[in-house]
Design a protein around this ligand. Structure first.
Ligand code: HEC
Length: 180
């Protein structure tokens, strides 16, 4: 090859390198990273940066259970309470399981069962009675009603189903409490 041809080849390589470097600089400028104003990952429980997040966490209103109890179905409640039976026994003198025995719970005090290791949150309410609305709020969302409770159960969302379950719980007594 003549030196003229070599010059052409070297020139072409230099032009190519220059083009690559130019794309590199322009490309970097186009996608240059910006510093974020706040963390993208917001950790649950840590103060939310946006007001909408805390609004979403607010518990929704729970209607009084009294009117629903009048038309509640004890048999349907017994069936629905199958989801409680993993942790609770319902018979008189029944054993405590993951949760305490629930015979005669309506009108009884909080933390009523002998020999059950209640959470300190539940023990702290031992002076209060379980009236219909207290049980209603508790089984709707145990952790909203009693932060720190050991009852790891999401809750029963349907009000009529809670009424059926509470009517069933009421029936589990030698002398059931008066309806509200
Ligand atoms: C995963 C297990 C589990 C399930 C499911 C569960 N519970 Fe419980 N429950 C517990 C535990 C544990 C406690 C004790 C809570 C504490 O000490 O904070 C408890 C406590 C209670 C209490 C208070 C008892 C007392 O002596 O004060 C009631 C009432 C109750 N549960 C009702 C229900 C009903 C009704 C259901 C079904 C809709 C249900 N639970 C489902 C585990 C469970």
């Amino acid at each position: 090859m003549s030196s003229f041809e070599w010059n052409k080849i070297i020139g072409a390589v230099l032009v190519a390198l220059l083009a690559i470097k130019t794309f590199d600089i322009v490309g970097n400028a186009a996608v240059s990273p910006h510093k974020l104003e706040q963390n993208v990952y917001i950790v649950a429980g840590v103060e939310a940066a946006t007001p909408t997040a805390s609004a979403a966490a607010a518990p929704k209103e729970i209607e009084p259970i009294g009117p629903l109890l009048a038309s509640a179905d004890v048999e349907a409640g017994k069936k629905a309470a199958a989801k409680c039976a993993t942790c609770h026994s319902f018979d008189k003198g029944g054993a405590n399981k993951v949760g305490p025995n629930l015979w005669n719970i309506v009108g009884n005090k909080h933390a009523h069962a002998q020999g059950f290791a209640y959470s300190s949150a539940m023990q702290g309410k031992a002076a209060d009675a379980w009236d219909y609305d207290e049980i209603n709020h508790f089984i709707a969302s145990p952790r909203t009603y009693l932060p720190g409770t050991k009852m790891s159960f999401a809750g029963v969302t349907k009000a009529s189903e809670r009424a059926d379950i509470i009517a069933y719980l009421r029936s589990l007594s030698d002398s059931p409490a008066a309806l509200p």
